[in-house]
Write a protein that binds this ligand. Structure first.
Ligand SMILES: C[S@@+](CC[C@H](N)C(=O)[O-])C[C@H]1O[C@@H](n2cnc3c(N)ncnc32)[C@H](O)[C@@H]1O
Length: 368
């Protein structure tokens, strides 16, 4: 039992079925051989030598990251992430991952049904037997079974995170409030860092409610010594216009008058430090980065997360990788990565996306 009188805990149906209230929940940790799909990229050093990416801008002083082993192979693993993560722990990966981003499915009745295009035609892929089974495990008891499913996985993620690591959990109004309380329990209330609000525009407003146009991303650190690189928002056109003069070095500035005295105020190069409200447009069929995967997230969103909470050469993981957005962005930013998904289709889309990465949109061409 937790002795801290200020402790708050979320309890769901059958959480403590065979245990005393507050007792540590046992998490099974089987060790299975992986179904590693493929290691889809050449060693990063080779890419640098061949100048395939303009990654120099992300490597401080254009130096090869000292923590990026030359023989490193990224991992793309097909299967249930609970088994994958517990096997990773058993195989010595505990405490090794610097950043985890997850975007778990939420019950929509179609979590494992994917719409995609084949030869330009829209098709719907029905769930496989494994996916149907996972769907039942996650949802047969409604939100209570979902919370159990998330709890077990979040505990494993905490064990995989490095001491300087961070986790970002992408959710929305359905369960965001429950998962936050659960994460306080698993990661510690004191390690909560941000509730990021990702806003976007969508169509078809409901008649009797405000349009729901944002998701939330919960950010927790493993400890107080976490990686954080400040990110900046570019100035708006109107702010730039207010800095209406340019000096001989090309720097923008404005003249401010205070108590009859005039001061020069320069516009900062980088913009303003980003806050916790982000705006990136959702990926729709026609977006240049679309890989025709229903729940695909924008690369710009992942770029900000990866730049803020990891350094070049660090290990970034996404255990619900879907179309592989996190892995593709990690790759472009010179991070090492581990990805997994239960759906074979998702793994195929990710694999193709990573193999084609040289032809994909550059991260600087953001659609904001
Ligand atoms: C919302 S999508 C992720 C989309 C992704 N962020 C992107 O940008 O494409 C959630 C993914 O989680 C996968 N998934 C669901 N349960 C899983 C499990 N137990 N293990 C591994 N993957 C799982 C689904 O197959 C789906 O691809």
């Amino acid at each position: 039992m937790n002795e801290n009188k200020k402790y708050v805990e979320l309890i769901w149906y059958q959480k403590y079925d065979k245990l005393e209230l507050g007792e540590k929940l046992p998490i099974e940790k089987p060790n299975l051989p992986f179904q590693v799909v493929e290691t889809v990229n050449k060693p990063r050093l080779k890419d640098l030598e061949e100048g395939l990416f303009d990654v120099s801008k992300y490597y401080p002083e254009n130096e090869y990251p000292s923590n990026y082993p030359k023989d490193w192979k990224n991992l793309l693993i097909w299967g249930d992430n609970k088994l994958i993560m517990s096997s990773l722990i058993k195989q010595g990966w505990a405490g090794k991952i610097n950043l985890i981003y997850i975007d778990p499915p939420f019950f929509t009745g179609a979590d494992f049904t994917v719409r995609t295009k084949l030869d330009g035609e829209e098709i719907e892929k029905e769930p496989s037997i494994i996916e149907e089974r996972a769907y039942k495990d996650t949802w047969s008891g409604g939100i209570a079974s979902y919370l159990k499913y998330m709890y077990e996985r979040l505990v494993l993620m905490r064990d995989l995170l490095a001491e300087n690591g961070s986790i970002y959990v992408h959710l929305d109004w359905h369960v965001g409030h429950y998962v936050k309380v659960m994460m306080d329990e698993i990661f510690g209330y004191e390690n909560f860092r941000n509730e990021i609000v990702w806003c976007y525009k969508s169509s078809a407003p409901p008649k009797r409610d405000f349009q729901r146009n944002h998701d939330i991303i919960l950010r927790y650190s493993k400890s107080r010594e976490y990686i954080y690189n400040t990110q900046y928002d570019l100035y708006s056109e109107s702010t730039i216009r207010r800095f209406d003069r340019i000096d001989e070095k090309g720097r923008r500035y404005k003249i401010v008058t205070k108590r009859d005295e005039q001061f020069i105020v320069y516009m900062k190069d980088k913009g303003t430090p980003s806050d916790d409200v982000w705006y990136y447009q959702i990926i729709v069929g026609g977006s240049s980065e679309s890989v025709d995967y229903d729940t695909q997230k924008p690369e710009a969103l992942l770029k900000r997360i990866i730049l803020a909470s990891s350094n070049p050469g660090d290990i970034v993981a996404d255990f619900f990788c879907g179309s592989g957005t996190t892995l593709a962005v990690a790759e472009k930013l010179g991070r090492r990565w581990i990805g997994s998904d239960l759906s074979k289709f998702a793994i195929q889309v990710t694999r193709k996306r990573l193999l084609d990465i040289h032809n994909s949109k550059d991260l600087t061409e953001e659609e904001k």
